[in-house]
Design a protein around this ligand. Sequence first.
Ligand SMILES: Nc1ncnc2c1ncn2[C@@H]1O[C@H](COP(=O)(O)OP(=O)(O)OP(=O)(O)O)[C@@H](O)[C@H]1O
Ligand SMILES: [Mg+2]
Length: 250
Amino acid sequence: MIEIQDIKKTFDGKPILKGISGKFEKGRTNLIIGASGTGKSVLLKCIVGLIKPDEGHVYYDGRDFTDADRNLKIEIRREIGMLFQGGALFDSKNVEQNVIFPLDMLTDMSKEEKLDRVNFCLKRVGLENVNKKMPSEISGGMKKRVGIARAIVNNSKYLFCDEPNSGLDPQTAIVIDNLIKEITEEFDITTIVVTHDMNSVMEIGDYIMFLYEGHKVWEGNDSNITESNVKELNDFVFANKLMRTIRKEV
Ligand SMILES: Nc1ncnc2c1ncn2[C@@H]1O[C@H](COP(=O)(O)OP(=O)(O)OP(=O)(O)O)[C@@H](O)[C@H]1O
Ligand SMILES: [Mg+2]
């Protein structure tokens, strides 16, 4: 479980996160949602330690990451896998080299062990016989799969995905969402996904935190998100015509 307490962050005098708290449970897909520019990526970066919050604490299974000493920080970082917004594969490395990278950096496994693990993860995300392909030779959906394989290759306990299905068609997007959910449950990982895609919200939202102008204004799940009285949330959820039609029919 990951717990955040009163996270605050200001950039250039402009408050972006204004005190956010919440709990992200293990074995579930936890979503952070909200409009563009509302601070989702900044919050995710605060949680993984890419940005230092001005105030507040992040706990990984009770371990205080914010005030951790160097050794504990390294220990927790090794347990983190991240799928970056846009995929962020190394263009000059092939699929296998991309996925093996964290193992080269973080472990002293033998080459053979590493390749076994890489192939296991590639198979798990539905990719076989593409080890030698370059990122430019595979589709957007396959790139996301490679990104997911790389994020879990080091037996990650915590998986973070920033807009995992941006740039994908709606059907492929749902396949990728479901893959993240399945992996989360199968390996009992604590997963946090940042998204502004309502399809993802309805498909995989075990726990949903809605941000609005730097505040958490609602939390819940995919079955009660359409029933809230929070105006900012409803403006977000019912922004498209399809969702408005569904609301009328219920
Ligand atoms: N390193 C930074 N320095 C200064 N301002 C920043 C920095 N990173 C983010 N911001 C600002 O913080 C605000 C929130 O940005 P953030 O990237 O978290 O939005 P987001 O909710 O992830 O949006 P999107 O859905 O478009 O990805 C924006 O106004 C952005 O300009
Ligand atoms: Mg973002």
